[in-house]
Write a protein that binds this ligand. Structure first.
Ligand code: NAD
Length: 510
C-alpha cells in the first residue's frame, strides 16, 4: 500500500478540526484537495472541515480492506465473538460521548441522540450471537453414505453509504452484521455529520479489531461512484433519499454487486373514530416532531377518519407549545434545529405554500422559531392536505405534520396504498379486528398498531416497500446476515471404513 500521512489526534478533536479518512487502522489526511463544511446547526456555525475522497483514496481503503479480509475471515467464531463483546462494552461506555457528537453535528437533542446509540447497540448485541446466526444445516445420509450440508460464508469487501439523520445507528446497522459475518468494510458516511463514524473506527481499533477490517472514507458523489464501480467491492448497503437509493441500486447492480438500498418515506398514521385520542395525539406529536421530523420513520401525515379530525387536531394543538425548541445540549430542549440552513428554508417553503395550494396552516412553525443564527424552525401543523399538494406528496423531512380528512377506513387505506412510498405506517384504534385487517391490507414494510414508529427490534429486519427500498433484502436482523453472506452446499461421501482398503492402523468395529 502507498504510504499516507497520518493525522495527529490533536487535529482530529475540538473546534476548527479537520475530519479525515480512516484507512488501515489510522486517520489519514485527504489529498484530493476537496472538502466540505461541517456545522453546529444550533449555532449556525461551521465547526469542522471534512476531507472528500478521490477515486484513488477510495481505492486505498478498498485495498486495505482486501488485505485484511483473509485473516479476518479465518478468525474463529469464538474469537470474533469475543471481539464483538468488547466492541459492545466500549460503545456502551461511550454512549454519551457518541451522543454528544451527534448533537453537535446533527442537532438532535441529547436524549434522542442517546436513544439512537441505544438502538444501534441493540444491533451490535444481536451480532454477538454470530455463532448461532451463522450456523448451517446438515442432512445425514441424504443418499447411502452421502451427506449434504450448507454453510454461509462472507462476501469479501463490502461497503456502506449512510444518510445524515442517524450518523451512528445506520452505520451500525451495516458494519456490525457485515463484520460479524467475516467481511471487511468501507464506510462512506454522510458528509454533513461524519465524526461519529471516525469515533466508531477508533472504538473498533481499541476493541482489538485488526487494521483494515473497518475503513472510513468521507465525501460526496465522487466517493460514492468510486465505491459503486470498484471491482473489489462485493456488496453495497445504502440508506438515504429515494432518488439516490435508486441510482445506487441501479449502478451497483450494473457493476455486479449485491445491493440493498433503503430510500425515503412518507409515513401515514391512520386514526379511527374509536381511537384513544390522548394516546394518538401524544404519538403524533412525538413521531412527527421528534428529531425535528428528520427520521425516515417519522409520522408526517395523519389520516383522520370520520369525525375524529377536530378532536385530534385540538389535542395536538394543545401539545405543540410544550415542544420546546432549542439547543440539543440543553436539558429542557425537546427539539433541536434542522441540519442545514438550506434544508430549514426548504422545509419552511412547504408551510409557506400550503394556503395557496388549498390547505390550512393550523400552526405555523416559522412564527415560533427561536432567535439566533441556528437553523431553527418551530413545529407546524397543516390541515386539509390532499394528494396533488406538495406538502402531501413530498417527503418534507422536517417538523411539519399534515392532516388529511377521509370518511372511511377504506379511503384511509387506499391513501397509504396509493402512496409511492411504503416505509412505515400506523393505525390507532381500539378494534382488534380492524387492526388485524389493516396489517393484512396495507402496503408498507413496517406496521404499527397503536405504535407510531414501528422500527423493528434488532432480531427482526428493517425495511420498507415500494420506493422506500430497492433490492430484496431488508437491513440488519436475519435478512442482514443473509445479505452479508453467501450460501454454499457441500455434498460429501467418504469411503466406508468397513470395506475400505485403507489400513487405518486400528481394528474396525464392524
Ligand atoms: P441523501 O440521499 O441525500 O444522502 C445519503 C448518502 O448519499 C450520503 O452519504 C450522501 O453523501 C450520498 N449522496 C448524496 N447525493 C448523492 C449523489 N448525487 N450521488 C451519490 N451519492 C450521493 O440522504 P440524506 O439527506 O443524507 O438523508 C435523508 C434521507 O434518507 C431521507 O430521504 C430519509 O427518508 C432517508 N432515510 C431512509 C431510511 C430508511 O431506512 N429507509 C433511514 C434513514 C434515512
Amino acid at each position: 500500500m502507498t504510504e499516507v500521512a497520518e493525522v495527529p489526534v490533536a487535529e482530529r478533536r475540538g473546534e476548527g478540526k479537520r475530519i479525515s479518512h480512516w484507512i488501515a487502522g489510522k486517520s489519514v489526511a485527504g489529498t484530493s484537495g476537496r472538502s466540505g463544511p461541517v456545522y453546529n446547526p444550533a449555532r449556525g456555525e461551521q465547526t469542522a472541515e471534512v476531507d472528500f475522497a478521490s477515486v484513488e483514496e477510495v481505492d486505498r481503503a478498498v485495498q486495505a480492506a482486501k488485505e485484511a479480509f483473509p485473516a479476518w475471515r479465518a478468525l474463529s467464531l469464538s474469537r470474533r465473538t469475543e471481539l464483538f463483546f468488547r466492541i459492545r462494552k466500549l460503545v456502551d461506555e461511550h454512549r454519551t460521548d457518541i451522543a454528544k457528537l451527534l448533537t453537535a453535528e446533527h442537532g438532535k437533542v441529547l436524549s434522542d441522540a442517546k436513544g439512537e446509540v441505544a438502538r444501534g447497540l441493540e444491533v451490535i448485541e444481536y451480532c454477538c450471537g454470530m455463532p448461532e446466526l451463522l450456523k448451517g444445516s446438515f442432512s445425514e445420509q441424504a443418499s447411502t453414505g452421502l451427506d449434504v450440508y450448507s454453510i454461509r460464508q462472507p462476501l469479501g469487501v463490502v461497503a456502506g453509504i449512510t444518510p445524515f439523520n442517524f450518523p451512528a445507528m445506520v452505520p451500525m446497522w451495516m458494519w456490525a452484521p457485515a463484520l460479524a459475518c467475516g467481511n471487511t468494510f468501507v464506510l462512506k458516511p454522510s458528509e454533513k455529520d461524519p465524526s461519529a463514524s471516525i469515533f466508531a473506527a477508533e472504538l473498533l481499533k481499541e476493541a482489538g479489531v485488526p487494521d483494515g477490517v473497518f475503513n472510513v472514507v468521507h465525501g460526496d458523489k465522487v466517493a460514492v461512484d468510486a465505491i459503486l464501480e470498484h471491482p473489489e467491492i462485493r456488496a453495497v448497503s445504502f440508506v438515504g433519499s429515494t432518488p439516490i437509493a435508486k441510482y445506487v441500486y441501479e449502478t451497483a447492480t450494473r457493476h455486479g454487486k449485491r445491493c440493498q438500498a433503503l430510500g425515503g418515506a412518507k409515513n401515514h398514521m391512520i386514526v379511527l373514530p374509536d381511537a384513544d385520542i390522548e394516546m394518538a395525539a401524544d404519538a403524533a406529536v412525538s413521531a412527527a416532531y421528534g428529531s425535528a421530523g428528520e427520521r425516515c420513520m417519522a409520522i408526517s401525515q395523519v389520516v383522520a377518519v370520520g369525525d375524529v379530525a377536530d378532536k385530534l387536531i385540538d389535542a395536538i394543538k394543545q401539545r405543540i407549545p410544550k415542544v420546546k425548541v432549542g439547543d440539543g445540549m440543553s436539558d429542557d430542549s425537546e427539539m433541536g434545529p434542522l441540519v442545514t440552513r438550506e434544508h430549514r428554508d426548504k422545509v419552511a417553503g412547504y408551510v409557506a405554500r400550503t394556503a395557496e395550494e388549498g390547505g390550512t396552516v393550523v400552526v405555523d412553525g416559522r412564527e415560533s422559531a427561536p432567535e439566533g443564527d441556528g437553523f431553527w424552525l418551530g413545529v407546524s401543523l397543516l390541515d386539509d392536505l390532499e394528494p396533488g399538494m406538495k406538502a402531501y406528496d413530498d417527503e418534507i423531512f422536517g417538523p411539519v405534520l399534515g392532516v388529511t380528512r377521509v370518511a372511511t377506513y377504506d379511503e384511509a387505506v387506499t391513501l397509504v396504498n396509493e402512496n409511492p412510498y411504503g416505509n412505515g405506517t400506523a393505525i390507532f384504534t381500539r378494534d382488534g379486528g380492524v387492526a388485524r385487517q389493516f396489517q393484512f391490507d396495507v402496503q408498507a414494510g413496517m406496521v404499527g398498531i397503536n405504535v407510531p414508529i414501528p422500527v423493528p427490534v434488532a432480531y427482526y429486519s428493517f425495511g420498507g416497500w415500494k420506493a422506500s427500498l430497492f433490492g430484496d433484502t431488508h437491513i440488519y436482523g436475519p435478512e442482514g446476515i443473509s445479505f452479508y453472506t453467501r450460501g454454499k452446499v457441500v455434498t460429501s461421501r467418504w469411503p466406508d471404513p468397513a470395506t475400505s482398503k485403507v489400513d487405518l492402523g486400528f481394528p474396525q468395529t464392524r
